[in-house]
Ligand binder design. Structure first.
Ligand code: MG
Length: 349
């Protein structure tokens, strides 16, 4: 039997990670870079420069709260920002289907440009290809980007080292240690539900809008406070996937408090109807923050002071009592939050 690619291989969960490990890393890894491909972190680092690449395939292209242009720019800016880098410049590769309306293309590029302005970055290189009608579903955008170290990262790390040892010069998935606190910058699941509500055939309506946004401004404010050891944007596979990656790569347990995780009523209702877990739904404008306990309250305040972090919460802590992610559902009640096989919704980003 010849094995083939499935939709799950692109859905951000354990299936995708297996494909990346068994194929991409095996064939392309081994650079010896400061943060190499095989770290499978949000960005890699070479000669002090952070580098990231992301392709957007979202369906539909326009959805409540955003579009593929805003998504493409935000996705790359955020993955650079969460390892502590200052996003500097992006590239934009367009692959278009023959027959694609030029008016839609202009709208998407304008939105990408506005999002760049919001993030303070520029697109400095690009490429355009067209494929025959039917060979591609409308369009794919690839955005790659580079980022550099800023003083706020240095100050943040100095603050961490006042309280505990930290060898890494970047905010990597492997940096968590028992005692660290876990924050989230706002409500989870908004993007996934907004995308579903915009698709035909799901038969539900909701006020929920995608949270898609560039987070480098919010993240910079948090770094100015200091004490942050790791950050991650919980995109495909949602909070459940992000925290399980942290647990695995840091070799620690994460205890979550269910009642502290912010979830919009509309997201909760939609997920219940569809039989999916809001913690596995994608976010495109949220960041999870691991911070030394002594600075957790201060970083939380800094997040809440920013317009993109008003609903930030402290949702859990890192422990050496177990491995994996465990959720306290009520005082005394606990359940394991497993890594999702893939995001419940295909083509959300
Ligand atoms: Mg990421």
């Amino acid at each position: 039997m010849t094995e083939r690619v499935t939709m799950a291989h692109g859905a951000g969960g354990t299936a995708m990670r297996e494909l990346i490990r068994e194929f991409v890393v095996k064939e392309l890894g081994g650079s010896g870079a400061e943060v190499p491909l095989e770290a499978l972190d949000d960005s890699s680092v070479v000669e002090g420069i952070a580098i990231h690449s992301d392709s957007s395939t979202v369906k539909p292209l326009f959805f409540p709260g955003g579009d593929i242009g805003r998504l493409a720019v935000s996705g790359t800016v955020n993955d650079l920002a969460v390892i502590g880098a200052r996003p500097l410049a992006l590239t934009c590769g367009l692959i278009l289907e023959e027959g694609f309306p030029l008016e839609d293309l202009r709208r998407i590029l304008r939105s990408a440009s506005e999002t760049c302005r919001e993030a303070g970055v520029h697109i400095l290189a690009g490429d355009t290809k067209v494929m025959e009608r039917g060979a591609l579903d409308q369009m794919v955008i690839n955005t790659s980007g580079i980022g550099v170290r800023g003083e706020e990262l240095e100050r943040n790390l100095r603050e961490v080292r006042r309280y505990r040892e930290m060898r890494s010069r970047w905010l990597l998935d492997s940096n968590l240690r028992p005692g660290d606190k876990i924050l989230v910058s706002g409500t989870v699941g908004d993007h996934g539900v907004a995308i579903l509500s915009a698709r035909e055939g799901y038969g539900f309506e909701t006020e929920v809008r995608s949270d898609v946004a560039p987070l480098n401004g919010l993240i910079r404010e948090a770094l100015e406070v200091g004490g942050i050891v790791a950050m991650k944007d919980p995109t495909r596979g949602g909070l459940a996937n992000a925290l399980n990656e942290w647990s695995e790569k840091s070799g620690v347990g994460i205890l979550l408090h269910e009642d502290r995780i912010p979830i919009r009523e509309g997201v909760r209702a939609a997920c219940e109807m569809l039989g999916v877990d809001p913690l596995e739904m994608a976010n495109e404008g949220k960041v999870v923050v691991g911070v030394v306990a002594q600075k957790a309250e201060e970083v939380l305040e800094a997040l809440r002071a920013h317009r993109l972090g008003r609903e930030a919460e402290l949702i859990g802590e890192v422990t050496d009592e177990f491995r994996g992610v465990v959720m306290e559902t009520s005082p005394g009640g606990r359940r394991i939050l497993p890594p999702p096989y893939g995001d419940p919704v295909p083509r959300i980003c």
